[in-house]
Design a protein around this ligand. Structure first.
Ligand code: HPA
Length: 266
């Protein structure tokens, strides 16, 4: 029911929009939503969208054009750690899917394990480790729940993003993102364990959204903005304030990558 109501609310305000690419913006990365030429709808006007507490500001869905491509930007997400719901972003993604997106582009802030990807840089996610063990598809009754995640991070999109990064002279190393439930940060021992498991970075989001994206048949990609070295690997004090304060450096690079990618679609 929320689905229909949210769709109707969107259709009332943006009747002609046919977005091709859907974005989810991570902590401190919300600026991109302001660059979209279109209509902004507060989540509070959209039944079933996450309401309170997303990073302390009021998130919006923005529908419009960026680099002449029609896009739908989810300016905030509900994290698993907020209410223990791994499927919190299912309805918003279903709505975007029904508006017509074929691609889901997810962004996040993360802690890096790799000295070659220090804070202020980007990591292109090429695979993930679901360290939380949660799935947004628990309770989904149909056989569609058995989603194949072999190439969850679309190789074709990764190649396109790599080409843009090369043009823009932005380092874009690929790596494995581990999803940690949060909201507390990890211990140094957990980071050592995740490193042994094969992760290159850690964060508290993205994985459930990529699983949902693949469930919906969307091509998916994710770019992480490194805001800190993960626990025990750097000197800075890890905190949410630090994440938000450090995100803009990498966010400027991310915006160039996103704009270049969209220009390549026209
Ligand atoms: N851990 C988890 N999530 C994060 C981190 C981190 O070090 N930095 C930004 N988001």
């Amino acid at each position: 029911m929320s689905f229909e109501a949210a769709l109707a609310a969107i259709r009332a305000q943006a009747p002609d929009i046919r977005p091709r690419v859907g974005f989810i913006l991570g902590s401190g990365l919300g600026h991109l939503a302001d660059s979209v030429d279109g209509v902004a709808i507060d989540y509070t006007e959209l039944p079933g969208f996450p309401h309170a507490s997303v990073s302390g500001h009021s998130p919006k869905l923005v529908l419009g054009r960026l680099e002449r491509v029609e896009v739908a930007v989810l300016g905030g997400r509900e994290h698993y750690y907020e209410n223990g719901r791994a499927d919190a972003m299912r309805l918003p993604l279903e709505v975007l899917n029904s508006l017509g997106i074929d691609t889901l582009f997810v962004t996040n802030a993360c802690g890096s394990f790799l000295p070659e990807i220090p804070p202020g840089n980007l990591m292109l996610v090429n695979d993930h480790i679901n360290y939380s063990g949660r799935s947004p598809l628990i309770g989904e009754p149909t056989d569609r729940r058995f989603v194949n995640l072999t190439e969850a991070y679309d190789p074709g999109i990764r190649a396109q993003l790599q080409a843009v990064a090369k043009d823009e002279e932005i380092p874009l190393i690929e790596g494995v993102y581990a999803w940690y439930s949060g909201p507390n940060f990890e211990t140094p021992a957990e980071i050592r364990a995740l490193k042994i498991l094969g992760a290159d970075a850690v964060g508290m989001s993205t994985v459930p959204e990529i699983i949902l994206g693949r469930f919906l048949g969307l091509r998916c990609c994710a770019v992480s903005v490194v805001t800190n070295m993960a626990a025990g690997l750097g000197n800075e004090q890890i905190s949410h304030e630090h994440t938000k304060a450090s995100a803009p450096v990498g966010a400027a690079k991310l915006e160039k990558i996103i704009r270049g990618y969209l220009r390549g679609l026209t």
